[in-house]
Write a protein that binds this ligand. Structure first.
Ligand code: H2P
Length: 838
């Protein structure tokens, strides 16, 4: 270890002192120092959290040289910077990740051990920032990791929510939500930049007049103003000098007290203003919450986008360049429509603040933005009621009308007389009430539009963005999602990482396609055995975790069948449950039946207001209660609902999976990224031809993937011909038995009402084709049962899955964005010597 540290010192740092040294001794000194001088504690009275903070500050110190060096180089240089605008970042805990990316994991492990602790014990202490709902926020985090690892200058902008995604507990089988107070013990990874703040106007009205030069002036007189303060988190690249910035905005009142009201004796009025302003960055909205009419959500979106654009313009102008060249300094990626108000805000800043002419401003704007779409579900495409919008952003409404007016002239020329097309492309929707279509705003103002998997992009072109594709096909491209192998292998599965590295070296961590090198060992019995031993070890770890959390005993030799993701009808956790009940019924009919023992593990949160999703959680737990306790089952089936799914828990679950459930209705899951992490960790997939499953199957080989179900085309065809789920129920006696059992209260102590909403929706509506796919799902599960019995063949398939997942690294995705959309290049960072900066 010490030799390695000495080698690193040579390569990575310019001075060896308490804040930069990488040797075990330097790290020990740094931790003790921080404990004393930062935490104000000495060992006898220090808590676990004190140690966690002390070690985190020691790590952060070592990141700062890279970070300041990166910032200096980007700002002063002529490099183009990627600006990623996202309302969500699901980063996961930082400590272990930073140790890996700094390449000081083993030294730190040793240092902490010599101080009398275990590093794992401290790593487990970290509370993760849950600033996202699921895949979309986690993708943003993977992309930040890859941008830094590829040494691409980038800033991620978002919101520093005081409360992240709620914490989930299960009580009597139901989800209950608790606030996520992630900042309660402090956050050692962020640096408050109180000097970097911007005012954001809200509400009010627009005053129009002609100035002395005869120019029309639009003066926005706001109803109120809120201040955004920057909080920066350095994001390290893997074994490089680059550390990019994640800049999250916190909302505050411009002045803490309104002294006028205070003096007049209106104490509560004065304090109120502060509370109203702070509310904006208070809490993350859970997905699928009906956001219609949620003024605060629009305020949140505008707040962070306005701060971010003002910040970028500031950085650009400070470099001495002209505003007209903004798009040469920054390219802005919109992570879904949430930040798409940025297009109108950019226009406002250029027109009203920088006094540009419309055409020039529009040119800059449309050369700046690019838009990623993440969903085909029509209800997830954001719209804002026009009146509500006007009450928050009156000036932006004018601008949107003007953009629309000019745009529809072009549309009319192209689609002469086609009113359907004009209506569909218009930025304003004309229902009972008028509304603004944010996907249309994003599409008209961006020079590039992409989907997140091949199938998704193709469906976008055929459905929700069909008319946009016809209008400007050149804007469209596909960028299949990816995941970072640093967090999802090196960090969460160190044993498998070691085994792989022992065969093919460690360069695959930066070049995931090199995993191909494992293919030649797939048939090797010795390697197969080592591979399955690692898997078993991971399963045992999860087994202990399940026991510690739920008090349940599960068999690590059983097939670990895993479905972890947000709970949603389209993701079809209930289809999985129907299969579990089918197996249970087989055992009940024939208690000696020979079936492969399985442990079904579910985890995921439901949006608090989404009744049917919550009912699915209850159903999983209700079925679990019966199945897990029935003596006839003899522990051959176990159903586990692991509570509070987040990045921390995901890291423990993925490595233990034998089977990955990716069973969404074809055409509904844009991509999926859990599917990638599971397969990378050697799980086999049971899945539909949906999202990235299609590409995963192409890569791993169809013989190593368990396919079932209708295709997206078949789903549409079945629906258009008049889908009658009842028929499937009537004609399939096993399916009928399962549904009847749920309805008769078999799993709910004879309560026949509790699941009625769910079963009724399956029988009479079944938007997501659960009943249509049931038989094919059960059949493929029987094949899986058979396949799992052949241990050597299963091991071979598992190895091949990992070996062929190279495409799904977020490094590959980011390279594609860089080359094909952003046109940016890597900029290796030169370190500043901190001793020579004064
Ligand atoms: C969403 C999509 C996923 C996609 C992810 C990232 C919104 O995530 O549904 O299919 O992989 O974005 O592009 P999620 O359902 O996990 O919230």
């Amino acid at each position: 270890i010490e030799e390695a540290a000495a080698e690193q010192v040579k390569n990575n740092i310019l001075v060896e002192d308490a804040r930069t040294g990488l040797s075990v001794d330097a790290l020990k000194r740094a931790i003790s120092n921080n404990l004393f001088y930062v935490q104000g504690k000495y060992p006898e009275i220090a808590t676990r959290n004190d140690y966690f903070m002390a070690i985190s500050y020691a790590v952060r110190d070592r990141m700062l040289q890279r970070w300041t060096s990166s910032v200096r180089q980007y700002i002063s240089g002529k490099n183009k910077i990627v600006s990623y605008l996202s309302a969500e970042y699901l980063l996961g805990p930082h400590l272990a990740n930073n140790l890996i990316n700094l390449d000081i994991y083993s030294q730190m492990e040793q240092a902490v051990k010599e101080l009398g602790f275990s590093l794992d014990w401290l790593i487990d202490k970290e509370v993760e920032p849950g600033l996202g709902n699921g895949g979309l926020g986690r993708l943003a985090a993977c992309y930040m990791d890859s941008l830094a690892s590829l040494e691409v200058p980038a800033i991620g902008y978002g919101i520093r929510y005081q409360f992240g995604i709620f914490e989930q507990a299960i009580s009597d089988g139901w989800q209950v939500e608790d606030t996520d107070n992630w900042l309660r013990r402090g956050n050692p990874w962020e640096i408050a930049r109180r000097e970097i703040s911007y005012d954001v106007k809200l509400g009010g009205h627009v005053q129009r007049y002609i100035d002395e030069k005869g120019k029309l002036i639009n003066n926005w007189i706001p109803g109120w103003v809120v201040k955004g303060v920057a909080y920066d988190t350095p994001i390290l690249g893997y074994k490089v000098n680059t550390a990019n910035t994640l800049r999250l905005w916190k909302s505050e009142a411009p002045r803490t007290f309104d002294f006028q009201s205070f003096n007049a004796g209106e104490y509560s009025n004065a304090v109120n203003q502060k509370i109203i302003c702070e509310n904006i960055s208070k809490v993350l909205y859970p997905n699928d919450e009906q956001i219609e009419g949620k003024k605060l959500r629009l305020q949140q979106q505008y707040f962070f986008v306005s701060c971010s654009l003002q910040d970028m313009i500031n950085i650009h102008l400070r470099s001495g360049d002209k505003i007209e060249n903004f798009y040469e300094k920054f390219v802005v990626q919109l992570n879904d429509t949430h930040p798409s108000i940025g297009i109108a805000e950019m226009m406002r800043l250029l027109l009203d603040v920088h006094r540009m002419e419309w055409d020039d401003a529009w040119k800059v704007t449309t050369k700046t933005f690019a838009y990623t779409n993440h969903t085909l579900l029509p209800e997830a495409l954001e719209t804002w009621d026009l009146e509500l919008f006007a009450s928050v952003l009156p000036r932006h409404l004018d601008i949107i009308y003007e953009i629309n007016k000019r745009f529809l002239v072009d549309v009319t020329l192209k689609f002469f007389g086609n009113h359907q097309k004009i209506d569909s492309l218009s930025l304003i929707g004309e229902g009972r009430r008028k509304y603004i279509k944010m996907a249309n705003l994003a599409s008209v103002g961006s020079f590039a539009i992409n989907g997140v998997a091949s199938l998704h992009t193709e469906l976008l072109k055929k459905t929700v963005l069909k008319d946009w594709y016809e209008f400007s096909p050149e804007k469209f491209s596909n960028k299949t999602n990816g995941v970072t192998p640093r967090r999802w292998m090196v960090l969460s599965n160190p044993q498998l990482t070691k085994l792989i590295t022992s065969k093919i070296g460690d360069t695959w961590i930066k070049h995931l396609e090199e995993l191909k090198g494992l293919e030649k060992y797939a048939e090797d019995p010795e390697f197969q055995q080592a591979w399955m031993e690692v898997k078993l070890e991971q399963k045992k770890k999860l087994t202990r975790k399940i026991h510690g959390t739920l008090g349940m005993i599960v068999n690590p030799e059983s097939l670990f069948d895993i479905q972890v993701k947000r709970i949603h009808e389209y993701k079809r956790q209930h289809l999985n449950v129907l299969h579990i009940i089918t197996l249970y019924n087989r055992i009940k009919r024939n208690p000696d039946i020979d079936i492969v023992p399985r442990t079904f593990i579910f985890a995921g949160k439901s949006a608090p207001g989404y009744r049917k999703a919550k009912l699915i959680i209850k159903l999983i737990n209700a079925v679990g209660k019966v199945v897990n306790n029935d003596p006839d089952v003899k522990d051959r089936l176990k159903v586990v609902f692991y509570p509070n799914y987040n990045v921390t828990n995901a890291q423990k679950i993925y490595p233990a999976a034998d089977l990955s459930e990716q069973i969404s209705t074809a055409g509904k899951e844009a991509s999926g990224t859990g599917n990638m992490k599971l397969s990378l960790n050697g799980a086999l997939t049971v899945g539909t031809l949906d999202g990235a499953n299609v590409e995963i199957r192409e890569c791993v080989g169809e013989e190593n993937f368990f396919l079932f179900g209708l295709t997206a085309d078949e789903v549409e065809k079945t629906k258009s011909e008049g889908y009658r789920p009842w028929e499937y129920y009537k004609n399939n006696k096993y399916l009928r038995e399962v549904i009847d059992q749920i309805n008769d209260g078999y799993f709910s102590q004879l309560d026949q009402l509790i699941f009625k909403e769910l079963t009724d929706s399956l029988l009479y509506d079944d938007q997501f084709m659960v009943l249509a796919d049931y038989q094919s799902y059960v059949e493929i599960q029987d094949k899986i049962d058979e396949a799992f019995r052949d241990k050597s063949n299963w091991a071979r398939m598992s190895i091949l899955n990992t070996a062929r997942m190279g495409k799904f690294s977020s490094d590959r995705s980011i390279r594609e964005y860089c080359n094909e959309i952003w046109k940016v290049e890597s900029v290796p960072v030169e370190l500043i010597d901190p001793s020579k900066t004064s």
